[in-house]
Ligand binder design. Structure first.
Ligand SMILES: NC(=O)c1ccc[n+]([C@@H]2O[C@H](COP(=O)([O-])OP(=O)(O)OC[C@H]3O[C@@H](n4cnc5c(N)ncnc54)[C@H](OP(=O)(O)O)[C@@H]3O)[C@@H](O)[C@H]2O)c1
Length: 489
């Protein structure tokens, strides 16, 4: 093996640019990008090695930036570093030589950073930048006792209650009232926010992005999820899950949200006209680019989720970590029965939506449609739902809401809304319940569900089942007895 001296001296030659850089260091990567730009005709010789230096980000910063910390070649790398330090009188990296002349190290790069160009360079190297000026941060997140759960099989922790903006943020709630709701959520332990490209044609994403900036949230404190499928405008490729729309739609969402990445990118529906392999590969590309950390599905059938996993596993790619599904006391078949094998086999998490059935479970629609409520403001969109409420099946739901209201008051000293939310949150397959609200007071009322969750004992749950009388049947075993308790279920 060549000595460190031989490697360095053989690399530094006339008419070349020699760069001695760390394999994982974003500063070194930026230097390489800058040199390639400034010396387009020069022969640039880059020697990458693994070592450590004083001014590079710490190991954990490096891994946050998406780089891999390589422990191999460390010894050789350290020898090269020592020889370069002796030769140049500097211990920093990268060490850049132009025509044998040592021109700089980290200081040159730091000057670049001051000009604000470093983050751009990091981005151009396909690394997600976490560079956020400390002066932009006005508030630190305090979980205030909010419980957190892993989102499915991933390491991402999500609050039991998160907040979403469908029909509200950037639509019925804009400007300062929107800021008030998000501030209330954040101050009460909610750091996860859900949106979608389609929510009022991108206005919800824009409103969230504006408010996050104005309130001065730290990006790393937030879990931001958005969804692709419906698009924001007509056009043959402006919606769906083609590779084209997944990539273009992601970039447009990030721009509206004013962020470099979202935490989870959901497929808002499955696109049966796109091969599943294209969908899986495109979401993995989005992840590899650092535009999202994970991907998920929304309202896919169990069979479609199974197919996505089959392909992801075959190709060694990342499968969806969560399904964003409708789940409430009157909508149980899919989340409780159809998905049962998916939870068991892939540990898929859920980010549950419409846990209050759009407000029905608060009891506000028991005696008609109150002015200013969702079904009033959006009467055209909900025409079928409103009609169905007047029919026998709808009236039966209202009867059950009345019974639940009485039960909640007498047995738990709470409201039907908090009971309905706690009931969903208690489900072992629920990762987070996405709350919806048009006023901060609704949000604060709904968060009282956190105190109701521990009160939902097996006896209480049995009584609730009796009122609901709609528990989905598990898959039949045709009379075969259950396995013993310690065996595999
Ligand atoms: N992936 C999907 O396809 C999908 C679909 C739907 C929703 N989502 C996500 O899930 C989130 C929540 O869904 P959702 O809005 O349908 O949830 P929801 O909890 O069923 O309904 C929320 C609505 O109920 C009313 N409400 C809430 N709390 C109340 C209270 N304490 N008292 C009286 N009324 C109350 C409010 O509407 P009014 O004040 O206007 O009556 C509020 O906007 C959405 O924002 C979105 O992020 C996803």
């Amino acid at each position: 093996m060549s000595s460190a001296k031989e490697i360095v001296e053989n690399t530094i030659k006339e008419n070349t640019i020699a760069v001695f850089s760390k394999s994982w260091c974003p500063y070194c990567k930026s230097a390489k990008t800058m040199l390639t730009k400034d010396y387009p005709d020069a022969e640039i010789k880059i020697y990458e090695y693994a070592s450590s230096c004083g001014k590079c980000p710490t190991r954990s910063d490096a891994s946050l930036l998406g780089a891999t910390y390589r422990l191999d070649e460390m010894e050789e790398g350290d020898q090269i570093q020592a020889y370069l330090a002796e030769k140049t009188g500097q211990r920093t990296v990268p060490n850049i030589f132009v025509n044998k002349q040592h021109v700089g190290g980290n200081d040159a790069i730091q000057a670049l950073n001051k000009k604000g160009e470093l983050s751009q360079l990091i981005k151009s190297n396909h690394l997600t930048t976490m560079v956020q000026a400390e002066s932009d941060i006005k508030v630190e997140f305090d979980a205030k006792g909010m419980p957190f759960r892993r989102l499915g099989p991933s390491g991402l922790r999500v609050p039991v209650f998160s907040f979403g903006g469908w029909l509200t943020l950037g639509q019925s709630v804009k400007g300062d009232p929107c800021k008030e709701i998000i501030k209330t959520a954040f101050e009460n332990g909610i750091n996860m926010f859900d949106t979608a490209e389609a929510y009022n044609k991108g206005e919800c994403e824009k409103e969230l992005g504006r408010v996050f900036k104005e309130l001065g949230f730290r990006r790393t404190d937030l879990v931001i999820t958005t969804k692709l499928f419906w698009g924001t405008r007509p056009g043959p490729n402006a919606s769906g899950l083609s590779r084209k729309h997944i990539i273009e739609g992601t970039q447009e969402s990030l721009a509206r949200l004013q962020v470099d990445y979202v935490d989870v990118m959901f497929a808002h529906r499955c696109d049966v006209n796109v091969p599943m392999e294209e969908i899986v590969r495109a979401f993995n590309y989005v992840i590899d680019k650092g535009w999202a950390f994970y991907w998920g599905t929304s309202e896919w059938t169990a069979q479609q989720i199974e197919e996505a996993f089959h392909i992801a596993n075959k190709l060694g790619l990342q499968g969806p970590i969560a399904e964003q599904c409708q789940h409430h006391m009157f909508h149980r078949e899919r989340p409780e029965a159809e998905y049962a094998p998916i939870y068991k086999k892939y540990h898929v998490g859920t980010t549950v939506f419409s846990a209050l059935a759009g407000g029905l479970l608060t009891g506000k629609y028991n005696d008609g449609i109150p002015e200013g409520s969702r079904y009033d403001i959006e009467k055209d969109f909900f025409a079928n739902t409103i009609k169905a409420l007047k029919e026998p099946a709808g009236q039966e739901k209202i009867r059950k809401v009345r019974e639940l209201t009485k039960f909640a008051k007498e047995e738990l000293d709470t409201t039907p809304a908090t009971l309905a939310l706690a009931w969903i949150a208690r489900n072992p397959n629920t990762s987070t319940v996405i709350l919806g609200a048009t006023k901060p007071e609704q949000l604060l009322e709904n968060l009282k569900a956190l105190q109701v969750i521990p009160k939902l004992t097996p006896e209480i749950l049995k009584k609730i089942e009796k009122i609901l009388d709609n528990k989905p049947e598990p898959a039949p075993t045709y009379g075969r007895p259950p396995l013993d308790l310690f065996g595999r279920l």
